[in-house]
Design a protein around this ligand. Structure first.
Ligand code: C5P
Length: 302
């Protein structure tokens, strides 16, 4: 086998994130609406030049800090390659290169989408044509967000987030994605959620019908009014500066603003590119203007 395969892998945001009480396996039941946004990592795989050295990984940070990205076998992209090889009884080794634009530990599924991309890329490199359902099953073993990163678009996530059902939407949406320095650990934010809900208890999460109707209608203002995130209070508790940013974005005419996933990235819903540029101008350190929804992990070069 020779050549290389490059896969484009989108960041995700959560338009809503309902979180229930912690399960016995340590995960929380989720009812979430994911959306893939136009901010991409590129993941390139090629056969390892020296299989005796095993898999290798290099990462280039395109304007972002990648010092916290592991380059050993714990990286989700390498775990994905190993998982797919084992699933098919192969002993191929790969050289993976990630061109990273998605901020690390930001609540944007950057690591998860690299895992999704590596699954899709190795599947193409090795000519496997793994059936979609099998690929999604493998993706779920890598992480809760990984199946959505394969599917892309806009979708409901249930279970611990790994069960994905596409949602009908009309038109496109513009977002300002505002990364925050420092990153937040996903387990730490869920831990803070547990602490904050210890006395009151968390309700079983549900998807808002109003949000689904707004998406079907392509009504940006309505969608903005339905954005919600049960982890937001926990993220604010660990990072009080995020609440101020959201206030600033709403005062700056965003139709809605929210912490995405476990944060600390905040996102601002706008009706057009020019509106997004206007909202973006209110921040000291500007964010990234993107259109959504976009495709899931897909081959762009081979
Ligand atoms: O599935 P993933 O590896 O992305 O999850 C990272 C961590 O986030 C988990 O170890 C868990 O602490 C937390 N988590 C959770 N409930 C979920 C998803 C993630 O508690 N539904």
């Amino acid at each position: 086998m020779s050549g290389s395969v490059t896969v484009s892998a989108p960041a995700k945001i959560n338009l809503s994130l309902g979180v229930g009480p912690v399960r016995r396996d340590g995960f929380h039941p989720l009812a979430t609406v994911y959306q893939a946004v136009g901010l991409f990592d590129d993941v390139r795989v090629r056969p390892a030049p020296d299989p005796a050295l095993g898999d290798t990984l290099t990462v280039y940070g395109d304007g972002i800090d990648v010092s916290q990205v592991p380059t050993d076998g714990t990286n989700l992209a390498l775990r994905a390659a190993r998982l797919l090889a084992a699933h098919h009884g192969l002993d191929e080794c790969v050289e993976v290169h990630i061109h990273k634009r998605i901020p690390v530990a930001g609540g944007l599924a950057g690591g998860s989408t690299d895992g999704a991309a590596a699954l899709v890329a190795c599947d193409a490199l090795w000519g496997l044509k793994t059936p979609r359902e099998e690929l999604l099953h493998l993706a779920a073993q890598l992480g809760s967000d990984v199946p959505f990163c394969v599917v892309g678009g806009t979708a409901i996530g249930s279970g611990r987030g790994e069960l994905v059902t596409p949602v009908m939407t009309r038109g496109s949406y513009w977002w300002v994605i505002l990364p925050a320095s420092g990153g937040l650990s996903t387990p730490a934010v869920y831990g803070e959620f547990d602490r904050l809900t210890a006395t009151t208890g968390a309700d079983e999460p549900e998807i808002s019908e109003s949000m689904l109707s707004a998406l079907r209608a392509g009504d940006v203002e309505w969608l903005g009014a339905t954005l919600s995130n049960d982890l937001q209070e926990a993220a604010f508790s660990l990072r009080p500066d995020l609440a101020e940013l959201i206030g600033l974005g709403l005062d700056g005419s965003a139709h809605g603003a929210i912490v995405t996933g476990s944060g600390p990235t905040t996102v601002y819903l706008c009706e057009s590119r020019s509106h997004a540029l206007e909202v973006n101008s209110v921040f000291d350190r500007p964010g990234i203007v993107v259109e959504a929804p976009v495709h899931g992990a897909r081959v762009v070069a081979r």
